[in-house]
Design a protein around this ligand. Structure first.
Ligand code: SAH
Length: 235
């Protein structure tokens, strides 16, 4: 009697293999340890979806070629035009604090390399991202398209004013340091929405969460000291 042929079930791994999976696992493991040790105040761990997004996004594609081998260390790196790609720990914490849900529409201010936008794109329906420096906006938009992030729209402009045509947003992530919380961004948050933003003078910035409740009342709380390039005024 012929035996049944065993079925070989392949893992449903749609992720492209790029040879950097181990480096990314190391990055994610390091972030988890830092959080558990209290490096980010109240944020002691990450949701599984956020961990998966960090494991999936090829961070080395978002840094200059000569820095690709150090892309998974826990540091910010220069990307030209006085901008930096943020430290992985800080990207992780900001993403977690934005509480991304699959149907959300999110605004990012300060596209830079596009890395934070790519992480968010894995977690929400649509990401809109504004970058002041036109050359950075263009290269980030090209990079995100090439890597297949179809749900990110990038535009060059002054993010201090938000993106009124696409508002309101479930969450707003600002990746440059603002002296004060920009009123236009608060106005463009949905009731129930949250904004994650570094606030304060350079060297005294505090990562801050601004939440708008169902009635429209706004509350803020500080999470941890951070160091971001300044949110520059548009011309
Ligand atoms: N999120 C980026 C890192 C951003 S660095 C990443 O994942 O790579 C901060 C960025 O904010 C810089 O690219 C800077 O040019 C941009 N920026 C500064 N002021 C801005 C403004 N008013 N509006 C939009 N972008 C601004």
């Amino acid at each position: 009697m012929a035996g049944l042929l065993p079925l070989i079930v392949l893992p449903s791994c749609a992720r492209a293999q790029d040879g950097r999976e181990a480096a990314r696992r190391g990055m994610v493991g390091n972030i988890r340890q830092l959080l558990a040790a209290g490096a980010a105040g109240e944020v002691r761990s990450l949701d599984a979806r956020v961990l998966d997004a960090l494991q999936a996004v090829p961070r080395h594609e978002f840094v200059p070629t000569e820095l690709q081998d150090v892309a998974y260390g826990d540091h910010a790196l220069p990307i030209g035009h006085e901008a930096t790609i943020s430290q992985p720990l800080v990207v992780a914490v900001m993403t977690q604090l934005a509480r991304p849900r699959p149907d959300d529409v999110v605004l990012e201010v300060g596209t830079g390399s596009g890395y934070q936008a790519a992480v968010l794109a894995k977690l929400v329906r649509q990401v809109y991202s504004i970058e002041l420096v036109e050359a950075l906006a263009r290269s980030a938009a090209e990079r995100l398209a090439r890597l297949g992030y179809a749900n990110v729209e990038v535009r060059a402009g002054d993010g201090y004013q938000g993106w009124a045509e696409r508002a309101p947003f479930d969450a707003i992530v600002v990746t440059a340091g603002a002296p004060k919380i920009p009123p236009a961004l608060v106005a463009q948050l949905k009731p129930g929405g949250r904004m994650v933003i570094p606030v304060g003078p350079r060297r005294e910035q505090q990562l801050t969460v601004v939440e708008k409740d169902a009635a429209g009342a706004v509350r803020q709380r500080r999470i941890m000291p951070v160091l971001f390039v300044p949110l520059r005024p548009g011309s």
